[in-house]
Design a protein around this ligand. Sequence first.
Ligand code: NAD
Length: 484
Amino acid sequence: MSKQSALIASLPTELWLGGIATPASNGARFDVLDPATGDVLSSVADASPEDAVAALDRAVAVQASWAATPARERGEILRRAFELLHSRADDFALLMTLEMGKSLQESHGEVKYGGEFLRWFSEEAVRIGGRFTQAPAGNGRILATKAPVGPVLAITPWNFPLAMGTRKIGPALAAGCTVIVKPAEDTPLTMLLLGQVFADAGLPEGVLSILPTSDAAGVSGPLMEDPRLRKVTFTGSTGVGKLLVRASAERLLRTSMELGGNAPFIVFDDADIDAAVDGAMLAKMRNGGEACTAANRLYVANSVREEFTQKLTARIAALKVGPGVTPGTDIGPLINSKQLATVTALVEDAVAKGARVRTGGQAPGGVGFFFTPTVIDEVPNTANLLRDEIFGPVAAVIGFDTEDEAIAAANDTQYGLVSYFYTRDLDRAMRVSSALDTGMVGVNRGAISDAAAPFGGVKESGFGREGGSEGIDEYLETKYIALQ
Ligand code: NAD
């Protein structure tokens, strides 16, 4: 049996109901595809609304005891989960490549990145503070304490099947919250395997449930209507985020929203062009372009535009496209046929409106959901891809003349997740960093994600922060105790 078949045969595929593998109450299952071939990889139990309520029953039953578990013990469970995840790094990496499509090298990168949230929050669990002051009037004392929010629903996307989960599970468990995870339907297997890691790490039963489902709204709806659920944390598209915020208003649920991006990547005329090309490769091609942080619009000073575009085109044209499991692959397939159609339509629209293809430009055809890595330049302002997330390996280059012009173009979007720019001028670096209207800014860097940093957006990219010392606050309430 090949390594791949052995792994697939050994995977947990039932619902993870409070730590116990359980078939869906109605017996339903759905298929998970390999995007490199379009073939069925496996099938998983398909949670129903009743299963969701059963998961919440279990979370509620242990919420108080989990919150009362010493922070050191919660931290040590997270630390053991971090170590166990790394001891199974090869399995996790292969599994992510199989169900999501990214190259094995990128999947190993995600194991490292995703694991860091378990390690970081294992360390943060014991640093949940509070505040004590005298009332200014001298008539009492003010004690501000922190308490876990309570049972959390975490809804995650397919593009980082592990890390988008650990970014939520890590801080929630550290804070003392129980968690129900609803992974993306395209990539539920990685999260189910993580459930087993947590069980092996000693997480008590009931604290964590994982509910794959083909009916996301059907499963999240009854949970969000249930007064026992206290928080929804979501990573995904802005459209679905808005639906969830509307639904959360009914019960004024706490929410965190990590939504879509439309990142500008600016190369000023004083930039180190080779460094900017390296940064653009990371910012654009990491995860095959299927990242909320992906550089969607490359604004390049006209005086250096041709040099930059030629160098970028040479690098992108040299990328090896193929199944993620094939050694040497740089760019795997897109996640599904719908995403392939979206990327194709965005490129066709830009070209029809006057953009020039420097390399790539279309899907190669054949099996799997591949799109050839592409550079287009002279992209007109009317092109849809300047407004919509491309979510694919397509670099769109636009020229500019002045700094003000670049900043205005960069901010001309409803999104505000991240922006990047390259310059060797320190004054400019400070000036432009504060002028860019995004939650995060990369200066002379094409990758900004770090478990120790507060990740999150402004405007329609959402609110709340994941990672850093801020990340745990999303799962804590402040309680004021007035002492005589
Ligand atoms: P999506 O919004 O389609 O799905 C995300 C999750 O929401 C999935 O689990 C899906 O099943 C679930 N969902 C869909 N409809 C729902 C509904 N009506 N009710 C409840 N749940 C529902 O997004 P996607 O295509 O999986 O992911 C790509 C998007 O995620 C992109 O927009 C990307 O920018 C964004 N993203 C953002 C971040 C960030 O941190 N800001 C990180 C990664 C991805």
